[in-house]
Design a binder for this molecule. Structure first.
Ligand code: PMP
Length: 416
């Protein structure tokens, strides 16, 4: 298979060239070239992101908003400029609809507490799928305990495909929110999110989309999706940790109570009363991760420079070739075989515990993740406590899947 793949009109994707942008890919692990297949846990960062963060601290660092001195104004411009570019990246109608958070987890907790908590009570339901990350399960369970609402679950089939008939059967006026992952971090399944949003909208039910694993692999257009809330994390999309976002229409953000109280989320404070700021500031209490936002802005610039369509096309070819190569390993079973997948190959190797696999192949320089991938119900659905997971990014190659497969074959030989 060719390493170059591109859409008509999109820039050509040259993976060898792309790899040069990631300094960490040049290091060795246990004397072997690093083969990094753990991007779903956290992506590596390109030099453009590392340098943007470094440049911010070297030349512009100060606290933002309300500062009259030059550095504060430069820092504010950098932070708010990043908001402009990230909002445009997801095609948000307005920059004011993008709230900076620590990441997907905080975004979902924000929606659970600031949006849904005052709007549900006993008898109401929250609907999530069986393949959600714990971040899109536990905040709703906490909310249910607080309010008496009930958590309902949309099942998926043996391939990891969401049961849309079950989803439709579960939809009713009792459902006050649907939470759905766009791309499963445990199985790689790409869910029909636009369809889910359309069907929920017919009953006026808001849909929260967990976009953590979608953002690095495909172009996201929140308007085309038709969702009410879209959540993502910077570190999954080649940006820094500790920064991410929540997108929601201004009308929803305006109708919501603040999530946390403190600085920046206020307009005026007295001991008698406090007047809140407008969104997005209303949800950004305290000094935010300014350098993180700047780094995420740089990550978005980097991804746009490569072209999301070119990245998606390259990765689709890589996923297919990687799947084919791994299936040649005797005793290897892929967990999650949906026809529409992105970025993730979860697997088991007959007779060998996933943790042993991960530890042994680390000595070949290969980094994969093993365990339940913070999606215990999804893995339990297959009667398993754990899987091994190879997750790919825009810098991986078909040759690296060869290194992984060879390492797995040698692991098998050790247990024979
Ligand atoms: N949802 C999905 C699908 C994820 O993969 C992750 C991270 N593994 C999260 C949510 C949580 O993201 P974060 O830890 O960045 O908040």
């Amino acid at each position: 298979m060719s390493l170059a793949a591109h859409d008509a009109g999109a820039p050509a994707f040259d993976v060898a060239r792309v790899r040069e942008d990631f300094p960490i890919l040049h290091r060795e692990v246990h004397g072997k070239p690093l083969v990094y297949f753990d991007t779903a846990a956290s992506a590596q960062r390109p030099l453009a992101v590392i340098e943007a963060v470094s440049d911010f601290y070297r030349h512009h660092n100060a606290n933002i908003h309300r500062g009259v001195h030059t550095l504060s104004q430069e820092a504010t411009d950098a932070y708010e400029g990043a908001r402009d570019r990230i909002a445009a990246f997801i095609n948000a109608p307005s920059r004011d609809e993008l709230v900076f958070t620590r990441g997907t987890t905080e975004s979902i907790n924000l929606v659970a507490q600031a949006y849904l908590r005052p709007r549900v009570g006993p008898g109401d339901q929250v609907l999530v799928s069986q393949m959600e990350h714990h971040s899109n399960i536990v905040p709703w369970q906490m909310l249910c305990r607080q309010t008496g609402a009930e958590l309902k679950v949309i099942p998926f089939d043996d391939d990891g495909v969401l049961d849309m008939a079950a989803f439709r059967a579960l939809l009713s006026e009792r459902v006050k929110l649907v939470g759905i992952v766009m791309v499963s971090n445990a199985l790689g399944t790409v869910n029909p999110v636009a369809e889910i949003c359309r069907e929920a909208a017919a009953l006026d039910i808001p849909v929260l989309v967990d976009g953590a694993q979608a953002m690095p692999h495909q172009a996201v257009d929140v308007q085309a999706l038709g969702c009410s809330f879209f959540c993502f994390s910077g570190h999954k999309m080649y940006g820094p940790t500790g920064i991410g976002g929540l997108w929601a229409p201004l009308s929803l953000l305006e109708a919501m109570e603040p999530y946390q109280g403190g600085g920046e989320m206020i307009r005026r404070v007295s001991f008698e009363t406090t007047e809140f700021n407008d969104p997005p500031g209303k949800f950004e209490a305290g000094t935010p991760n300014i350098a993180g936002a700047v780094g995420l802005g740089a990550a978005v610039d980097y991804l746009q420079g490569l072209g999301m369509d070119a990245i998606g096309a390259y990765e689709a070819g890589l996923l297919a070739a990687g799947t084919e190569r791994l299936l040649q390993v005797e005793g290897l079973r892929i967990v999650g075989t949906a026809p529409h997948k992105a970025g993730v190959i979860s697997f088991t190797l007959e007779g060998i515990h996933p943790h042993d696999i991960g530890t042994i192949i680390d000595h070949h320089g290969v980094a994969i993740r093993t365990g339940h991938h913070c999606a215990m119900p999804a893995i339990a659905r297959f009667g398993l406590p754990a899987t091994a997971r190879a997750s790919l990014g825009l810098y991986n190659t078909v040759e690296e899947f060869g290194v992984l497969a060879d390492a797995l074959e040698q692991t098998r030989a050790m247990f024979a």
